[in-house]
Design a protein around this ligand. Structure first.
Ligand SMILES: *Cc1c(COP(=O)(O)O)cnc(C)c1O
Length: 393
């Protein structure tokens, strides 16, 4: 693949595995084994079976008629919100639990922001009867309380991260610390296309089912091989990478990645990584991140817990730098309004993360026969509290 990872674990200038020595055996074990394991016929069979019977795949590609009229193009939603546990995160969690089993691991750890990755991980651990510990920022535990309850009900231990902005970045730091302390029996299920190589490539492969299905489904709907535009929101970038994956080499397809501008890119309360960030190392890979002049990570902000992250995955950093994808940002207000619009025009309450991708439609100009696919990464149940407070329902 032209835009895929090279043998050293890099996408152009980005990627690699910048890890403390204590983690080297874990990451090296993964690097040596991941392709053998996920290309094994038995693995593929179990993965496909679970995606079908447990997750409910394929997720529909829905032709949104009222949106199509409003925006003057054929607008399709890729319905990851309909997956079991309510988002795309389960695709990756299933892949990684099967991998962890084959590596003989007895304990799973994970980080979570919005709680969707924590719920997906707690779910697959219940499915396999494996111990599960999820790290979550204290602020996120409050704003995504329903997901904390779900994780506990599923049998996971949820540990609050109390450092920094008490959000996703801090939860990731805690999870990495745990992994360093428990290198032999524990597998760390990272929830996005971030972290040291091979995680960004591994997670992208597990999420690539999104574009594999969407490509075939678009053909069924329209007779066309390719859409003109594909849009997705970006926190770390896993739903976007899954949505882009099988379109990357089709250069005519315009890829649009939507970051969270928070209260505005210049407000000091933002998570618009490509706009505000510079090249550096975060959570094990060389990428683009928000940092001060002396290299301290800047605390990000977004109303959306899943996008409230100061970096992006290294493959996104590469696609940004070489201009293969366009990176834009949407504010809290724009996203929340887009979430309300989607609810009232299409009868679908989207996650606030996904609502960022919908908000971008307002800023684009289409031709009448353009086909546009938006990744509806998750459902909005977890965000009702935030929506209610914002709109005073
Ligand atoms: C976690 C999450 C995101 C952001 O993560 P990515 O890795 O960028 O996809 C987006 N949408 C939903 C619904 C999520 O749960």
């Amino acid at each position: 693949m032209k835009y895929g990872v090279n043998e050293q674990g890099y996408y152009g200038d980005f990627g690699g595995a910048y890890i403390p020595e204590m983690l080297y055996p874990n990451v090296e074990e993964l690097r040596q084994q991941y392709l053998n394991i996920i290309n094994d016929a038995g693995f593929k069979e179990e993965f496909d079976q679970l995606l079908k019977d447990y997750v409910g795949r394929p997720s529909p590609l829905y032709h949104a008629k009222r949106y199509s009229e409003k925006y003057g193009a054929n607008i399709f939603f890729k319905r990851e919100d309909l997956n079991h546990t309510g988002s795309h995160k389960i695709n990756n969690a299933i892949g990684q639990i099967l991998l962890a089993q084959r590596l003989g691991k007895k304990r799973i750890i994970a980080e979570t922001g919005a709680g969707q990755h924590g719920v997906a991980t707690a779910t697959v651990c219940a499915l396999k009867g494996i111990e599960c510990v999820v790290y979550m920022g204290e602020v996120d535990m409050e704003r995504q309380a329903p997901n904390v309850a779900r994780m506990k009900m599923l049998g996971a231990t949820v540990v609050p991260a109390k450092s920094g902005s008490k959000t996703l970045k801090d939860a990731t730091n805690e999870a990495l610390r745990d992994w360093i302390a428990n290198p032999v029996d524990t597998h760390y299920i990272i929830g996005s296309v971030v972290g040291p190589y091979p995680y960004p490539d591994m997670v992208a492969r597990f999420q690539s089912i999104i574009s594999l299905e969407a490509k075939a489904q678009l053909k069924e709907h329209t007779g066309k091989e390719l859409p003109e535009y594909v849009l997705a929101c970006v926190g770390g970038g896993s739903n976007a990478m899954g949505m882009f994956y099988h379109f990357l080499d089709d250069e005519s397809v315009k890829l649009v990645a939507v970051e969270a501008a928070g209260k505005g890119v210049d407000s000091g309360h933002s998570a618009a990584t490509t706009f505000l960030g510079r090249e550096g190392v975060l959570h094990g890979s060389r990428t683009i991140l928000m940092q001060t002049d002396d290299g301290q990570v800047v605390e990000p902000y977004s109303v959306s817990a899943g996008l409230d992250y100061p970096g992006i995955g290294p493959q996104h950093a590469h696609l940004y730098k070489i201009n293969r994808a366009q990176y834009v940002s949407v504010t809290d207000d724009e996203a929340l309004k887009a979430g309300l619009l989607c609810s009232q025009m299409e009868g679908i309450i989207p996650a606030i993360e996904s609502a960022h991708a919908f908000a971008q439609l307002e800023k684009m100009k289409f031709k009448a026969d353009d086909n546009v696919i938006v990744c509806l990464s998750g459902r909005g149940d977890k965000d009702l509290d935030t929506y209610i407070k914002y709109f005073n329902f």
